[in-house]
Design a protein around this ligand. Structure first.
Ligand code: PCA
Length: 215
């Protein structure tokens, strides 16, 4: 039986920036052992036409758990995404110059998939180590949501593979478009992420905390 391993993805820079903290985090953990699991990191292109295929190539290597990371530049906490929607509506062009609007990711596919990660336990684990973390009900409608949806769609017949998505903030001073008010030092992000991943790899049921949000 091959050793189970964790696939951790990040994204290449986009929107004119020359760095993406999601890939900096994934790259840092590449080759490390977490809770006895080897971590393999892959960098995904920020292009609608190429990201799902790049993800599929990594899934074909049969990881036992998958956590995808992406930058959410307006957020100041690690955001564990709960739901991926079957929608692309790009506010900016991707790195290939494409800007699709109001399209299904998988025509005829389910409207949405829920994360398969223990999302409340992950938020709790990061908060326990002093790192701001939150649940999020929307991964947006750009390439991150596309990858999150494609991930859960691709794994729909592999129910034992834990899989989901975490958005990360800018680190201070990183990226031309970074907003100092919404940033978190990379070391803190890494500490919170390690705590979250340990929780994923422990494989337990999610916490039953009172949560959710009111509008
Ligand atoms: N963030 C973008 C795409 C790549 C990334 O890191 C998003 O939130 O869709």
């Amino acid at each position: 039986m091959p050793t189970p391993w964790l696939l951790l993805t990040g994204f290449e820079p986009f929107g004119g920036d020359d760095v993406n903290p999601s890939w900096e985090l994934a790259r840092h953990l590449d080759g490390q052992m977490l809770a006895g699991w080897p971590v393999r990191a892959r960098c995904l292109p920020c292009r609608f036409a190429a990201a799902p295929q790049a993800l599929q190539a990594a899934l074909d290597e049969r990881p036992a758990a998958v956590v995808c990371l992406g930058l959410a530049g307006s957020r100041s906490a690690l955001s564990v995404e709960r739901v991926a929607v079957n929608l692309v509506d790009a506010r900016i062009a991707d790195n290939g110059g494409e800007q699709p609007g109001d399209q299904a990711i998988v025509p005829g596919g389910p409207a949405a998939y829920f994360s398969r990660l223990p999302v409340k336990s992950m938020v709790h684990a990061a908060l326990q180590v002093g790192v701001p973390a939150e649940l999020s009900l929307s991964a947006g409608s750009f390439v991150c949501n596309q990858v999150f949806y494609a991930l859960l769609h691709a794994l729909r017949r592999r129910p034992r593979v834990a899989a989901g998505f975490v958005h990360v903030p800018w680190a201070p001073g990183m990226g031309a478009s970074s907003d100092a008010a919404a940033s978190l030092p990379l070391d803190d992000q890494l500490r919170g992420l390690r705590a979250m991943l340990a929780c994923v790899l422990a494989g337990g049921a999610d916490r039953q905390d009172i949560g959710g949000s009111l509008c």
